[in-house]
Design a protein around this ligand. Structure first.
Ligand code: HEC
Ligand code: HEC
Ligand code: HEC
Ligand code: HEC
Ligand code: HEC
Length: 647
C-alpha cells in the first residue's frame, strides 16, 4: 500500500467522527392495510381518465396497477407496495405540467420574447405535457404555432404530465439521437414494458392499450429525448442567431461516463428493481411475480416536492401528502446516500497557516448537479479551534442572503480558497450574446461557468464531449476530474488555506456539501415580471413561503495540528523541548495508528500510557520534572521511540 492510500485510511479514523451529519433520511416503503389501499384508490380517482387516440389518462391504469387491498399483487417480499401508480403520482414527472415554477417560467420566456411566445410554449409543452402535445400534433389538432400553454390549461390529458402512456408509448426508433421531447409514439396503442410475455386477457379490453415486452424500456435511451434539451439562441432583440445552446444534457453526460460502459442505466438508479420480482397487476388473481422496476423516479428536487405538497389544493394536484412525503424522503435519501462522497485532510503547511485539502467525488450517473440550469451544489468549510471559536467560515448560507460571499455576477471556480468571500459553487452559468449572465433560457449563448462535477469515466476525448463541455475555469483546473494525473475520477480537489493564530494549538475542519434546486438568486430575474403574470405572482408567493434551506448531501471533519506533515515517515512531538506550562502533543505522520503509547523516563520506567486522542490533542506534562524522556509508540508490526525534553 502506498503512502497516500495509508493517509486516506488513517485520517478518517482521526477525524473527529462527525462523518455523517445528516439524520434519518429513510427510504419509505409504504405498507397499505385494506382501508388505506381503498382510500388511496379513491384518491387516485382524481387522476386523469380522459381517453385520447394515442394516449390515455393515468387514472385508467388505477384499476389493476394501484395498491392491492388484498396485499397480494404489486408488493415486494416484505409486503411493501411497489405500485407504479402510487409511486409515480407524487413525482415531479407526474406533476410536470402543473409545476408552478414551470408554468411561471413559460410565461417569463414569452414575456421576454413576445414575438415567439407561442412557438416557445410549443417547445416547453413537448416534454412537460407530452401527452397533450403529441396527441394534438399527431391528430392534427395543434394550432398554427403548435400546442400552447393556453391549449394545455384546458386539456386534462396534457395536465396529466409525463403520464403512464407518455413513457410506455415510446417506440424503439432511433432513440439515442432524439432530443427536445421528440418522442416516437407508436400508433397502435402498445404499452411497452420491461418483462417478457405479459398476459393480455384484461388490459387491452379495459384500456385499449396492449401490454408488450420492449427491450428498449430497460435502457437509458427511452429517457433520452426528454433529458436532452437544445435551445436556439436568440439575441437581445429576439432574433435567432443560428447558434444552438446545450441547456440540459443529462442523457449525454451519462453517455460520456463509466456507467454507460458498465451497463448501469438510468433505470438502474432511478427505477430500482424489486428483488425477486412482483406480481404486476391486481387482476386476474392468478398472476405470478415478474421482473419489476419501481417507479421511484426521484432526483434532487425535494424543494419543489415540498412546495407542491404544501400547495396541493391550489395547484389541483391529486397525490396525497403521504405520497409526497414518501417521494421527498426518497429524494433526500438519494441525495445523502447515492450522490457524493467527501474527503478532507490536513496538508503540510508553512508555519503560520492551516491548510486542508478537500476532495468531492460525484457518484451520480451524470453531472452533479445535472438537468435544469438553476441547480447548484456548494461547499461550506468551517475551521474551529475544536471548541467554540470559529476561525474561518466559507460558504455560509442564510435565508436572507443566500450563499455568503458569492459574487454578484457569478462566483469563479476555485482551486484554492484563502478568504471567506470565496466559496466553491458547482453550477452552470449561462451567458447571453453580450456575454452577460442570463436566466432567460432562450437567450443562452455561451457557458460562462460550468464546474458541475462530472460523472466517473467522463472524458474530454469522448465523441459527445462538445455537447457536455466543462466550463473554461474548471477545464484549466488540473485537479478537476483527475486523480494522480489520470482523467475520469469524477472528482474535484481544492485547498483551503487559513492564517493561523499562534495561540491555537489544534483545529477542527468541517466540510459540508449542500444542494439547492431552486436558489433565490436564480428566480429573482423571473420575479421582476410578477406584475405582468398571475402565474409568476402566484409562484413568487409560494416560493417566499417555502423553506429554502439547502439539503445537506455529505459532511466530513478532520483535526489539524501545527507542524503536521503527511509525507513524513516518523511521528514527532511538539513543541520539543516542552516549556513548563505547555502540553506535549504528538504529531502523526502519514502512516498507521499506534495501538499503544507509553511515556518513559530515561531510566526506562514506564511512567504512564496515553490515550491517542489525548496525545494528539495535547497531554499535560506539568507534573514531570525537567529532563529527557521518551515517547514509545507501539504499532501492529513495528515500534518507534521519540526523544523529547521537558524544560
Ligand atoms: C427536452 C425536454 C424539455 C423541454 C423541451 C423543456 N424542458 Fe423544462 N425541464 C425538463 C427536464 C427533464 C427538467 C428537470 C431537470 C431537473 O430536475 O434538473 C426540466 C425542468 C424545468 C424547470 C424546473 C422545474 C422545477 O420544479 O424545478 C423549469 C422552470 C423548466 N423546466 C422550464 C422550461 C421552459 C420554460 C421550457 C420551454 C422554454 C422547457 N422547460 C422546455 C425538460 C424539458
Ligand atoms: C384490467 C386490468 C389492467 C389495467 C386497467 C391496466 N393494466 Fe397493465 N397489465 C395488466 C395485466 C394483467 C398485465 C400483465 C401481467 C402479467 O402478465 O403478469 C399488465 C401489464 C402491463 C405492463 C407490462 C408489460 C411488459 O411486458 O412489461 C405495462 C407496461 C402496463 N401493464 C401498463 C399499463 C398502463 C400504462 C395502463 C393504463 C393505461 C394499464 N397497464 C392498465 C392489467 C391491467
Ligand atoms: C418516466 C417514464 C415512465 C412513466 C411515467 C411510467 N413508467 Fe412504467 N415503466 C417505465 C420503464 C422504463 C419500465 C421498465 C423498467 C424495467 O423493467 O427495468 C416500466 C415498467 C412498468 C411496468 C412493468 C414492470 C417492469 O419492470 O417491466 C408496469 C406495469 C408499468 N411500468 C406501469 C406503469 C404505470 C401504470 C404508470 C403510470 C402510473 C407508469 N408505468 C409510468 C417507465 C415509465
Ligand atoms: C449511478 C446512478 C445514476 C444513474 C445511472 C443515473 N442517475 Fe440520475 N441521479 C442520480 C442521483 C444520485 C441523483 C441526485 C443527485 C443529482 O441531483 O444529480 C440524480 C439526479 C437526476 C436528475 C435531477 C438532476 C438535478 O440535479 O436536478 C435527473 C433529471 C436525472 N437524475 C436523470 C437521469 C437520467 C435521464 C439518467 C440516464 C441517462 C440518469 N439520471 C442516470 C443517480 C443516477
Ligand atoms: C416525456 C418526457 C420525459 C421522459 C420520456 C422522461 N422524463 Fe424525466 N423528466 C421530464 C420532465 C419534464 C421533468 C421535470 C419535471 C418538473 O420538474 O416539472 C423530468 C424530471 C426527471 C427527474 C428529476 C426529478 C427530481 O426529483 O429532481 C428524474 C430523476 C427523471 N426525470 C428521470 C427520468 C428517467 C429515468 C426517465 C426514463 C426512464 C425519464 N425521466 C423519462 C420529462 C421526461
Amino acid at each position: 500500500m502506498n503512502r497516500r492510500a495509508y493517509i486516506a485510511l488513517f485520517l478518517p479514523l482521526v477525524a473527529f467522527g462527525v462523518g455523517q451529519l445528516f439524520t434519518g433520511a429513510q427510504d419509505p416503503h409504504q405498507r397499505y392495510g385494506k382501508d388505506d389501499a381503498e382510500w388511496t384508490r379513491w384518491r387516485m380517482g382524481e387522476l386523469c381518465t380522459e381517453e385520447g387516440v394515442y394516449f390515455t389518462g393515468s387514472g385508467n391504469c388505477v384499476n389493476c396497477h394501484a395498491p392491492d387491498p388484498n396485499g397480494h399483487a404489486l408488493v415486494d417480499e416484505n409486503g411493501a407496495t411497489v405500485s407504479p401508480v402510487s409511486d409515480w403520482q407524487a413525482t415531479l414527472m407526474a406533476n410536470s405540467a402543473r409545476d408552478p415554477f414551470w408554468q411561471a417560467k413559460v410565461d417569463h420566456e414569452g414575456l421576454v420574447n413576445p414575438t415567439h411566445r407561442e412557438s416557445i410554449e410549443n417547445l416547453c409543452t413537448a416534454c412537460h405535457a407530452p401527452q397533450g402535445y403529441h396527441e394534438a400534433h399527431m391528430t392534427g389538432n395543434a394550432g398554427p404555432n403548435g400546442y400552447t400553454l393556453e391549449d394545455l390549461l384546458d386539456d386534462e390529458l396534457g395536465l396529466d404530465g409525463v403520464g403512464c402512456t407518455a413513457c410506455h408509448g415510446i417506440d424503439n426508433d432511433n432513440l439515442a439521437s432524439r432530443h427536445n421531447g421528440d418522442l416516437p409514439i407508436n400508433e397502435e396503442n402498445v404499452a411497452w414494458g420491461g418483462f417478457e410475455n405479459p398476459w393480455d386477457g384484461l388490459m387491452s379490453g379495459q384500456t385499449g392499450f396492449i401490454p408488450a415486452y420492449g427491450e428498449h424500456m430497460r435502457t437509458s435511451e427511452v429517457c433520452a429525448s426528454c433529458h436532452s434539451l437544445y435551445t436556439h439562441t436568440q439575441d437581445l432583440e429576439g432574433e435567432e442567431t443560428g447558434e444552438v445552446f446545450f441547456e440540459q444534457t443529462t442523457y449525454l453526460e451519462w453517455v460520456n461516463s463509466a456507467f454507460n460502459a458498465e451497463n448501469v442505466q438510468c433505470q438502474t438508479c432511478h427505477m430500482p428493481l424489486v428483488e425477486g420480482g412482483a406480481i404486476a397487476a391486481t387482476q386476474p388473481n392468478w398472476l405470478f411475480p415478474q421482473r419489476f422496476g419501481k417507479h421511484h423516479l426521484v432526483g434532487g428536487n425535494a424543494f419543489m416536492l415540498k412546495l407542491m405538497r404544501d400547495n396541493a389544493v391550489q395547484l389541483s394536484l391529486s397525490a396525497s401528502p403521504t405520497q409526497f412525503d414518501s417521494t421527498i424522503a426518497r429524494t433526500v435519501a438519494s441525495l445523502q446516500r447515492e450522490t457524493a462522497r467527501l474527503e478532507v485532510q490536513q496538508l503540510a503547511s508553512e508555519t503560520g497557516e492551516w491548510a486542508f485539502a478537500v476532495e468531492v467525488e460525484n457518484l451520480a450517473g451524470h453531472k452533479f448537479p445535472s438537468g435544469y440550469p438553476a441547480r447548484v451544489a456548494f461547499l461550506e468549510f468551517v475551521l474551529t479551534d475544536g471548541q467554540s471559536d470559529t476561525l474561518f467560515h466559507s460558504g455560509r448560507w442564510s435565508e436572507d442572503e443566500g450563499i455568503a460571499g458569492r459574487d454578484d455576477e457569478w462566483e469563479p471556480h476555485w482551486n484554492e480558497i484563502t478568504s471567506e468571500d470565496q466559496v466553491q459553487i458547482y453550477e452552470l452559468v449561462m451567458g447571453d450574446v453580450s456575454g452577460a449572465n442570463t436566466q432567460v433560457l432562450e437567450r443562452a449563448d455561451i457557458i460562462l461557468k460550468d464546474n458541475r462535477l462530472v460523472p466517473r469515466g467522463f472524458s474530454t476525448l469522448h465523441p459527445v464531449y462538445d455537447t457536455v463541455q466543462v466550463g473554461p475555469m474548471a477545464a484549466l483546473d488540473l485537479d478537476f476530474n483527475r486523480r494522480n494525473d489520470e482523467e475520469g475520477s469524477g472528482t474535484d480537489r481544492l485547498i483551503y488555506r487559513v492564517q493561523a493564530d499562534p495561540s491555537v494549538s489544534s483545529v477542527e475542519a468541517t466540510v459540508t456539501l449542500h444542494y439547492q434546486a431552486v436558489p433565490a438568486k436564480w428566480v429573482s430575474a423571473l420575479f421582476e415580471y410578477s406584475d405582468q403574470s398571475d402565474r409568476i405572482a402566484a409562484f413568487e408567493s409560494m416560493y417566499n413561503a417555502a423553506d429554502r434551506t439547502p439539503v445537506v448531501v455529505a459532511s466530513k471533519a478532520a483535526k489539524g495540528w501545527p507542524g503536521f506533515d503527511p509525507e513524513a515517515s516518523d511521528w514527532r512531538v511538539a513543541p520539543n523541548p516542552v516549556a513548563a506550562g505547555d502540553a506535549l502533543r504528538l504529531i502523526p505522520a502519514g502512516t498507521e495508528q499506534p495501538v499503544e503509547i507509553r511515556l518513559i523516563d530515561m531510566r526506562g520506567r514506564v511512567i504512564r500510557t496515553l490515550d491517542l486522542d489525548e496525545a494528539l490533542g495535547g497531554h499535560n506534562v506539568a507534573d514531570l520534572e525537567a529532563g529527557a524522556y521518551l515517547l514509545h509508540l507501539v504499532f501492529e508490526e513495528s515500534q518507534q521511540s521519540i526523544r523529547w525534553l521537558k524544560n
